[in-house]
Each structure stands twice: as structure tokens, then as C-alpha cells.
Design a protein around this ligand. Structure first.
Ligand code: TAP
Length: 449
């Protein structure tokens, strides 16, 4: 049994049986049995079932949001937004079912057709920071393409995944199509990665575990999509709207208590504007409301666990220019923290995954790009400037999968999301995700012409 805690109170909120390797094998078999019928279902019917699931997520939105908040410690307003996005994701992929199709290609002597074929059973392994949201990013395209799935939530945060599985059955999605397998990563996660009947792993998590997923998948030449860690740069040029950039920067790194792969945890500021920007940022950081995640006014909750808090605190001792307030009684709290650093410091090189941002000055455009790229990661980032040409030049030069200009947002349902370098490969969301859950088959028909 795994005991599930509320990270804000340390109270036990559930007990979940951890699945074994034998359980994983039984679930893969069930998914395999369900595959032929799910793949053959009329596209309009598959779309209708996904739309029904989206509707049920909306109907149960408040319940799911509260479950997520209690399990992850994230502010209820964030959970509401994420659950609304889950419904939007299923609506989007319901619409995608019959819009992702093959081509006819002109060739000599016949006709050449391509088909988009589902892969079979896919294993979806997700982390604890955005449990239901990231699950939906994978489930939507995987199911829309006609695959059956085994979803493995993180051991710390299985609750919304289990509830989503129930809602899928209520929506009429046939038994065996969407399976939920709670359990430990090193046991059932690993089994999915190595299982000969699992055709693909869609993985989100740390770069370290991503590496072992990639290695484990090699034995069966399994397809993998890896969404891994990040150390993204928030680049602020001196000509930017400094007030807007400073007002937005705290959410970009302290949102979800910094447990966000897209966190802009390196704040790069042009030296001529550095002092003014830091003054504005410290003021804005002091306004972040930290406290009870179930209060709609709260903007930051606790970290996920005591172990994780210990890790985060090891980055927040030196050159601190700001440390906010956080509750000090029960719960895994950690305050918003700003530290001055160079890009060589540990806080600027490693993914902290907590509310700690490194402030780094730069000299000019080339220097900003050099520092931004001097990291093994390449997931997200922002550029703040009023110079449109500069924004485009820097956006092209920064080695990262997702960038925003004069904004700190990263994720939109209809647009591709994913990393460069050691932040992984493959794309989630938008129509790009459909490519990752299907194979292209090429059929040539000789016509005697
Ligand atoms: P991990 O420790 O990597 O765990 C992620 C998932 O993998 C969990 O479900 C975990 O299961 C499972 N797992 C662990 N060992 C495994 C193994 N040997 N084989 C197969 N599965 C295994 O990450 P985390 O701590 O949950 O999440 C934080 C990390 O995720 C951060 O690095 C963050 O940047 C990254 N992340 C990336 C993104 C994107 S989109 N790039 C989004 C969110 C988070 P158990 O936990 O149950 O053991």
C-alpha cells in the first residue's frame, strides 16, 4: 500500500495498492485485447467518446480540481485551470480523429498512398507536478490515433488518474482501452518500458529517469517520446517594459512552487537595466500570496514532499537577495527565493524544481544568447524587448523547443510543446502529437499505367 499525503498538511488522504510486475503484465494484456476493436471503431464514434470524456471532466471539474489540489498542494485556482485544460485537450483530440490522415503521392506506374496506423498498446508515464494535465496531453492523441493505453501516474500523485479512468468508463470508452496502473516507477514503470507488447512509451519526468527509459526501450526498439527537465532563461533587455516583465517573472518561476519543467529559473537581465529590474522583481516577488492551497486567493502552495524540500533548500543559501514568507508549521513549505549568480553556479546549472530563481546580468544580445544556450537543457524560455527584430533574432538563436516574447506562457492546447537537447524529443499537444502516436504506412498499387 502506498500512503498518499496532502503536502500542505502532511495528512494521509488515501491509500493506494502499488501494482506489481504481474499486475502490469495483466493490464498490458487487457490493453492488447482491447486494441483491435478500438482501432476499428468508426472515427466519428471514437471522436464522440472522447468528447463525452471531455464533457464529464467539465462536469466533475470542481471535484477533480480539489483532488489535485489536495494531492499535489497546488493552488485551487491553478488546479481549476489545469482541469479546464484537460477538457479542452480531449475536445481538441476528438476533433483531430478524422483530420490526421495520409496522402496520395504521384509516382510512376501506379498510385502511392500513405496511411496513419496506430501503434498498439502505449505506456504513458507521468510525473507528480501536473498529474492530470500531463496525462491528458498523452491520452488525447494516443486514444485519438486508435491506440490503447496504460497510464502510470507518479506514486506520489495517483488520485486524479484513477478518477479519470473511472470517468472514461462512464463516458463509454470500452474496458481495456484506457487503463490506469498506479505503482512505483522502478517496478511497473520499468516493466512497461521493457514489455515486448508495449509499442511506445510517452514519458514525462526527469532527465535522469528519461535516460534509463531510453536505454530500457532499446531492447525492443520501442518508440519513445521524452519530455524532460529544463533550466529555461527569462531574457530581459534594457528596452523592455520592465514593469510588465517584473510583474510576470515571479509566476514564471514560483508558479506551482517552481515545480514546473518550464520554470524560467534563470533570469537574465541586461546590465544597464539590472538594478532597476531587480528592485521591481523583489517588490513583485514580495506580493506572491503563499498559503492554504484551497483558498482561491493563494498563488503558491507547498513543495511535494519533505525529501524534495531538502533538495530545494540546498540551492538557496548563497547570495540571497530576496526570501519571501512561507508557513512554518505542518506541510512542505519553502519560500520564494531570488539569488544572484553566475551561469557557472550550481543554482544556474541544475534543475532546482522549487521556487528559487538565479539572477544573472548580461552585456548585450550575443552575451544573452550565449548564456541562455550554455546549459544541457532546452525546453522553454522568454524574451522581453520592444525591438521586434531583436526578439526574432534571439528567438531563432536560443536552443529551446518553446519560447514566448513579452509573455511567460509556454503551453497552448493547439501548439506543439517539447524540448531540444537534454530536455527530450518528440512533441506533445497540437496536431504534432498525433505524429508521435502513429506510424506512417506506405502502400503502392500498380495500375499498369
Ligand atoms: P521522475 O522521478 O523522473 O518520475 C517521472 C515518472 O517516471 C514517475 O511516474 C515515476 O514513477 C516514473 N519512473 C521512475 N523511475 C522509473 C523507471 N526506472 N522506469 C520507468 N518509469 C520510472 O520525475 P518527477 O520527479 O516525478 O518529476 C519531476 C521531473 O519531471 C522534473 O525533472 C521536470 O522537469 C520533469 N517534467 C518535465 C516536463 C516536460 S513536459 N518536459 C513536465 C513536467 C515535469 P514514481 O514516481 O511512481 O516512482
Amino acid at each position: 500500500m502506498t500512503v498518499v499525503l496532502n503536502p500542505a498538511t502532511e495528512e494521509e488522504i488515501a491509500e493506494i495498492p502499488g501494482a506489481s510486475v504481474e499486475d502490469a503484465d495483466l493490464i498490458v494484456q487487457a490493453a492488447r485485447r482491447a486494441f483491435p476493436a478500438w482501432r476499428a471503431i468508426a472515427p466519428a464514434d471514437r471522436a464522440r467518446l472522447l468528447r463525452r470524456l471531455a464533457g464529464l471532466v467539465e462536469e466533475h471539474g470542481e471535484e477533480l480540481a480539489l483532488l489535485e489540489t489536495r494531492n499535489v498542494g497546488k493552488p485551487i485556482q491553478d488546479s481549476r485551470g489545469e482541469v479546464a485544460m484537460v477538457a479542452e485537450v480531449f475536445y481538441f483530440y476528438a476533433g483531430a480523429v478524422d483530420k490526421h490522415h495520409g496522402e496520395t503521392i504521384p509516382v510512376a506506374g501506379g498510385v502511392d498512398l500513405t496511411f496513419r496506423e496506430p501503434l498498439g498498446v502505449v505506456g504513458l508515464i507521468v510525473p507528480w507536478n501536473f498529474p492530470i494535465a500531463i496525462a491528458s496531453w498523452k491520452l488525447g492523441p494516443a486514444l485519438a490515433c486508435g491506440n490503447t493505453v496504460v497510464l502510470k501516474p507518479a506514486e506520489l500523485t495517483p488520485l486524479t488518474a484513477v478518477r479519470l479512468g473511472e470517468l472514461a468508463l462512464e463516458a463509454g470508452i470500452p474496458v481495456g482501452v484506457l487503463n490506469v496502473l498506479p505503482g512505483s516507477g522502478s517496478v511497473v514503470g520499468q516493466r512497461l518500458v521493457e514489455h515486448p507488447d508495449v509499442a511506445k512509451i510517452g514519458f514525462t519526468g526527469s532527465t535522469e529517469v528519461g535516460r534509463s527509459v531510453m536505454a530500457g526501450a532499446a531492447g525492443t526498439i520501442k518508440r519513445v517520446t521524452l519530455e524532460l527537465g529544463g533550466k529555461s532563461a527569462n531574457i530581459v533587455f534594457a528596452d523592455a517594459d520592465l514593469e510588465a516583465a517584473a510583474a510576470s517573472a515571479p509566476v514564471a518561476v514560483f508558479g506551482n512552487a517552481g515545480q514546473d519543467c518550464c520554470a524560467r529559473s534563470r533570469i537574465l537581465v541586461e546590465r544597464s537595466a539590472y538594478d532597476r529590474f531587480v528592485e521591481l522583481l523583489v517588490e513583485a516577488s514580495g506580493e506572491v500570496r503563499v498559503g492554504d492551497p484551497e483558498d482561491a486567493a493563494t498563488q503558491m502552495g507547498p513543495l511535494i514532499s519533505a525529501d524534495h524540500r531538502e533538495k530545494v533548500s540546498s540551492y538557496a543559501d548563497d547570495n540571497v537577495v530576496f526570501r519571501g514568507n512561507a508557513p512554518s508549521d505542518r506541510g512542505f513549505w519553502f519560500p520564494c527565493t531570488l539569488v544572484e549568480a553566475t551561469n557557472e553556479d550550481r543554482v544556474a546549472r541544475e534543475e532546482v524544481f522549487g521556487p528559487v530563481a538565479a539572477l544573472i546580468p548580461f552585456e548585450d544580445e550575443d552575451d544573452a544568447v550565449r548564456i541562455a544556450n550554455d546549459t544541457p537543457y532546452g525546453l522553454s524560455g522568454s524574451i522581453w524587448t520592444r525591438d521586434g527584430a531583436q526578439a526574432l533574432r534571439v528567438a531563432r538563436a536560443v536552443e529551446t523547443g518553446v519560447l514566448s516574447v513579452n509573455s511567460n506562457t509556454s503551453v497552448r492546447v493547439a501548439t506543439p510543446f517539447g524540448g531540444f537537447k537534454q530536455s527530450g524529443f518528440g512533441r506533445e499537444l497540437g496536431m504534432h502529437a498525433m505524429d508521435g502516436y502513429s506510424e506512417v504506412k506506405n502502400v503502392y498499387i500498380a495500375t499498369g499505367e
